[in-house]
Design a protein around this ligand. Sequence first.
Ligand code: SF4
Ligand code: SF4
Length: 319
Amino acid sequence: MKHNILKHFQNMLHHIYINPLEKCNLHCKMCYTKKTTPILSENEILNFIKRYQKEIEIKVITFCGGEVMTLPYFPHLVNTLTEKGIFVQIITNGTIDKLKKFNNPNLIKLIISLDGPESYHNLNRGKGTFQKSIIFLQKAQKLNFHVEIFSIVTKQSLPVIPQFEEYLKQFGSIEITYHPRKPPSYLSIHPVSNIKGEVSGFDFLTEVEVINLMKTKNVFPPKNLGCYQIALTSNGNIYGCCEGFDKLGTINDPIQQLFEKLKDKINGPCLGCYQPDFMCGLKNIYVCHSRTMPAGRQVGRVHTEPVHREGNPNQNYIC
Ligand code: SF4
Ligand code: SF4
């Protein structure tokens, strides 16, 4: 393993990803995940974290679903973690307001899904969802949570990004991570997250459009890759990233064994990918074009230092 990848890998071990459930309160037209029934209990999560911390310090945990705000135990779990000094990132659709139940907003970043202007967002997520999420965002800012916006991009939303960003200016400077809609090359390979959803009105981007988006915006997966991490999923399986399907082990496996297995799998261009034959269905783009992309920074779900970003934003970029 190259020195820079090894260094990045070691850094990424301080950041874990947990999706305790797949169930959700919404039925988005572009959702690609199966809403399976297993749900991790609070104790299962805390026991895993306790075992992990015996091996290496956890600095950041990213939670995603489904919709984690539907879990009755979620605020209590997050409060337990932030009281230990762990920074928590929560990927949420922003339609369930439990904000006042979180005790340490300054140690929490809410990554809120907004797909574009109101009418387009509502078309995907349902009537009234845009306003709910905007009210959620504003309340979160008032309560001193960190916030970020996560935005799925399609052929229809791509041209209205400037209009969307202009609208968002009223809420101050908020980081936006753009996520090209999972392409057919992802959906046709992934064994679980493979629902095509509605395409008419939400068309997939072409390869050229994805590349242009990568050149000009913060994106997920990041333009320099490196988006692997220990990822615990709702059925107790452990993967090497939030999008992977090549199992590393299960929740009760020795933590060092999981680290070794993850390390063995990382390969590919830039900072590497844990499934280099898959790369979120974007292999062609990363392998053929990574050396031509401009410098960028790690984005979205893979930040290891979400509060202190003012350093060199290109420090991880090697392509
Ligand atoms: S909010 Fe997310 S998980 Fe829920 S239906 Fe929409 S895309 Fe799927
Ligand atoms: S499959 Fe590769 S590119 Fe996709 S999230 Fe995982 S590590 Fe990143």
